[in-house]
Design a binder for this molecule. Sequence first.
Ligand code: F6P
Length: 318
Amino acid sequence: MDGNVIVGQSGGPTSVINSSLAGVYKTAIDRGAKKVYGMLHGIKGLLDGQYVDLSEKINSTMDIDLLKRTPSSYLGSCRYKLPEISEDRETFDKIFKILDDLDIKYFFYIGGNDSMDTIKKLSDYAIVTGSDIKFMGVPKTIDNDLAVTDHTPGFGSAAKFIAATMKEIIRDGLVYDYPTITIVEIMGRNAGYIALWCGIANGAEDILLPEKYDYDEQKIINNIIENRRKGKKHHIIVNAEGIGHSTSMARRIEAATGIETRATILGHMQRGGSPTCKDRVYASTMGALAVDLLCEGKTNRVVGYRHGDFVDYDIDEA
Ligand code: F6P
């Protein structure tokens, strides 16, 4: 690599976002990068001049390995959407000035939808201004909602944790001598992948998904009453975060059925558990592949996984 590298993490943390970082870092060093910088708190931190020289922090193969195996975002994250170029060129000028001062030639951003939007805008700006900096997106999100990619690292690990937790909730719901209903609210923003997979895996009686926002509460209540009539003691409803309102839903269902109904909102505990093997391997492989692709001269791309193969595709599609 004939210049310096910068890498950032953005959006909600996952169990394996650091595995992607380790993949980028190790491959960049192996490929001869002079310096590998890390943005602190993503593009927002970079705008404030916050970055570190990663080679001062990561000194051995053991350090890389530890990074690869540690959940949550080592570099810190942000929730920040860049403005439209036409509305605010100043922000972009500022970012590119920082990148030029650091002699950055390769820019990697690990994240979900908003992060791909950041890569897209920066790539567009590079084209407009004739900058030779190359940009690559590395996918991660527990929501599994990035276009083109079949699997986003972080999804499986979150699903594994949630499915195991739901099993405990179901056992708990069965201990009393009276029937109970539990609504489990699962993350995913406006995507229902985790809710769907965990709901099916645990045999939930009802699964409410934002993609299919036509649920009929009366139908659920009738279903509960019918199941109760057949002797079923516990009824579990998986509610995706994109629908939300689990607590008020629980109150209404309890009033209508006379059965104790509780809402369990899993919240932030869903993102940082121990990863699945697949997630960790895919995350570090995608990080490494991102570096290889930029070295081949590609830019404005995103790494993905499609039909059994690691692929890359245009940032516009992501
Ligand atoms: O995008 C990942 C995600 O975990 C979503 O499922 C969820 O809606 C969001 O992040 C929550 O983010 P925050 O960290 O702002 O609570």
